[in-house]
Design a protein around this ligand. Structure first.
Ligand SMILES: [Mg+2]
Length: 293
């Protein structure tokens, strides 16, 4: 195993050197940067799956170079979001503590959210309405106007998310954008005005050639997006924190996924995860240029 690791490091360094401008100056044969990138990424993907063998290497090698569009989820991928929902939930549960403990109120709120999903969709405003409805239900109609106002104010804090980009986000988007190798797309689901505000506050809009705010992210929406962008699903890569919304539908469609989990995930986004030849798992977004460039 040690030999494999050492050998892979030597090969990786050779690729990096051969694809760098220094190789020219030193008179070494230089691989085309795109070829070097594909070989390097393929090798990394293969090393992550040592049992897959050469067939897998050849498959990924032939496919990876086709990616034209890299799309990014926004909430909890580019900036923090879910923690604000959890903070509002905690404050409201404390205010309603005479009607039950946190676990009971949280469970009732989740049931209300799920029941309201079709009518209200995702987002902070839907969450505020569900919190008020939950308060009315668990208090059997006794909740007072002051508490309703408290719930609304707690939820409003979610809407004031400064959408400050995570460390490494700006640098990563700049590197990918400057490379000219990919079109960058922002793809987020939620309430239109709230998402528009966050995108504006983040200061990231200029990196993206296309921004789309959806009410849901399923295979149908990804398929429509690919058609709109004039690409095949195999030319599309999605980067996001939710395996259920950002990764699974894209892999099933024939596209590529980069899963970067965040420490907090909404209950409704929980799903069984699986490995896939077109899936990369990263712990931080600043690892993405190492995969794509
Ligand atoms: Mg997300």
């Amino acid at each position: 195993m040690v030999d494999v690791v050492v050998a892979s490091r030597v090969v990786l360094r050779t690729f990096r050197f051969a694809s760098s401008p220094h190789a020219w100056r030193r008179g070494a044969p230089r691989l085309r940067p795109r070829v070097a990138r594909v070989l390097r990424t393929t090798l990394l993907a293969t090393l992550a799956r040592p049992h897959a063998g050469l067939g897998f290497f050849a498959y990924i090698c032939s496919m990876l170079d086709q990616i034209k569009v890299v799309a990014f989820d926004a909430d909890d991928t580019l900036w923090e979001n879910e923690k604000r929902f959890r903070k509002a939930e905690k404050l409201v549960a404390e205010r309603l503590s005479e009607y039950g403990d946190f676990d009971y109120i949280s469970s009732e709120l989740y049931k209300t959210e799920c029941a309201n999903m079709e009518d209200y969709g995702f987002g902070a405003k839907a969450y505020i309405l569900s919190m008020v409805e939950t308060a009315v239900n668990i208090s059997k109609g006794k909740v007072d106007a002051g508490t309703v106002k408290f719930i609304i104010d707690s939820g409003r804090e979610i809407l004031h998310n400064p959408a400050k980009p995570f460390p490494g986000v700006v640098e990563t988007l700049r590197k990918l954008s400057d490379s000219g190798a990919y079109s960058l797309v922002l793809l987020t689901k939620g309430e239109l005005l709230d998402q528009e505000h966050k995108i504006a506050r983040s200061g990231l809009a200029g990196f993206f050639s296309h921004i789309e705010i959806l009410s849901n992210k399923s295979g149908r929406e990804y398929s429509s997006l690919c058609a709109k962008l004039g690409i095949e699903p195999g030319q599309f890569m999605m980067v996001g924190n939710s395996f259920k919304s950002d990764i699974d539908p894209v892999l099933r469609l024939g596209g590529w996924g980069v899963h970067i989990p965040f420490e907090v995930l909404w209950k409704l986004e929980h799903v069984d995860e699986y490995d896939h030849p077109r899936l990369f798992r990263l712990s931080s977004i600043d690892q993405l240029p190492g995969v794509l460039l």
